[in-house]
Ligand binder design. Structure first.
Ligand code: SF4
Ligand code: MG
Length: 331
């Protein structure tokens, strides 16, 4: 709730604090138990920082974080450590996050030892189970990370996350480094595990194809802000924010009926050190007007009746009136 994460940047002759990089700038959303909520956006939009702040791997600058109704800020260090086991993270590069000098069984054993979840004597059995659950052979636990392929290493990362029996897993670009067919296998595994263990995922990705495959709901971020949030279907079929439309028009659409003209985004993403005034997207938005430069639009209900679907754009109704609701008609 109202989450902010600013990174102070120093500079100048005296190396004084110069400014803040507003990586995450006042965002609010919730994740329902058992669902997959994705955060999508270009690099630097604040999606990873959001995931890390939720896990308190980064201390938020401001805002509230609730887990199962409990405000994280009120937890003691010891309680926070206990809660941490309920929340795990899987990274983009499994190789970088696995200790190359440890056998897989040591990696998994260590994760369980740190959280004190499984008694030492039971861990070898649990390690064999975990290997099986992620689709690896139990004997492979005797090997080192470099002896595995990228997809297998990601399975080890998943096994490590699962070893402490978490409730929420943050998947930060978890399949981005993998080739397409391996991606699909790992995504299917994540899905199966979700069903089996009632897991909740916060899925962070720049890849809309992947997001479309895995999500229940989607958050679109741009320069530290949420610009649109809604059910997957609402977001993909009835996007309301020009940025979402632009992102969607950049992915291939398999249905030829819905072939859309591409909205090509002008210019680069501006620096979060000095984000544009008003609507942060105005420097790249083909629909921008004066009010867009002056006033930061609130995230508000769209006309789309499909459940909770909000977007932050001054002109979304006019854009819908002019170009229709689906990508097909989007200019
Ligand atoms: Fe574009 Fe203005 Fe809407 Fe921002 S508020 S997305 S600049 S039309
Ligand atoms: Mg990232």
């Amino acid at each position: 709730k109202n989450l902010k994460k600013y990174f102070p940047v120093k500079g100048g002759v005296l190396n004084r604090k110069m400014a803040d990089v507003k990586a995450v700038d006042d965002i609010s959303f919730s994740i329902n138990e058992g669902e997959t909520l994705s955060i999508v956006g270009e690099s630097g939009c604040g999606k990873s920082t959001t995931g890390r702040a939720i896990l308190r791997l980064e201390e938020p600058t401001d805002g509230e974080i609730y887990f199962e109704g409990e405000d994280f800020r009120n937890l003691s260090k010891a309680d926070l450590r206990k809660k941490r086991k309920d929340m795990q993270i899987i990274f983009q590069d499994p190789f970088a996050s696995l200790n190359p000098r440890q056998k897989v069984k040591q990696i998994l054993d260590e994760a369980m030892a740190i959280q004190g979840v499984v008694p030492k004597n039971d861990r070898p059995k649990r390690i064999r189970e975990l290997m099986d659950v992620v689709g690896l052979r139990p004997q492979q636990a005797e090997r080192y990370p470099h002896e595995f392929s990228g997809g297998q290493r990601q399975r080890i990362g998943i096994a490590r996350a699962l070893s402490v029996d978490p409730k929420l897993i943050v998947c930060d670009e978890a399949v981005s480094a993998l080739d397409v067919s391996t991606q699909a296998q790992v995504l299917n595994l994540l899905r199966d595990l979700q069903k089996k263990y009632g897991l909740t995922y916060l899925f962070i990705s720049h890849d809309l194809g992947v997001v479309r495959h895995i999500s229940d709901r989607v958050v679109v971020m741009y320069l530290g802000k949420i610009v649109e949030i809604g059910d997957k279907k609402a977001l993909f079929d009835e996007p309301r924010h020009p940025y979402t439309r632009a992102l969607l028009s950049a992915i291939p659409v398999p249905d030829p009926e819905r072939k859309s003209e591409r909205i090509v985004l002008e210019g680069d993403v501006p620096s979060p050190l000095d984000p544009p005034s008003g609507c942060r997207f105005h420097t790249r938005c083909p629909f921008a007007t004066d009010i867009c430069k002056q006033e930061d639009p609130d995230l508000r209900e769209t006309d789309d009746a499909n459940g909770d679907h909000r977007a932050a754009c001054h002109h979304m109704e006019e854009i819908v009136a002019q170009y229709g609701t689906s990508q097909k008609k989007t200019a």
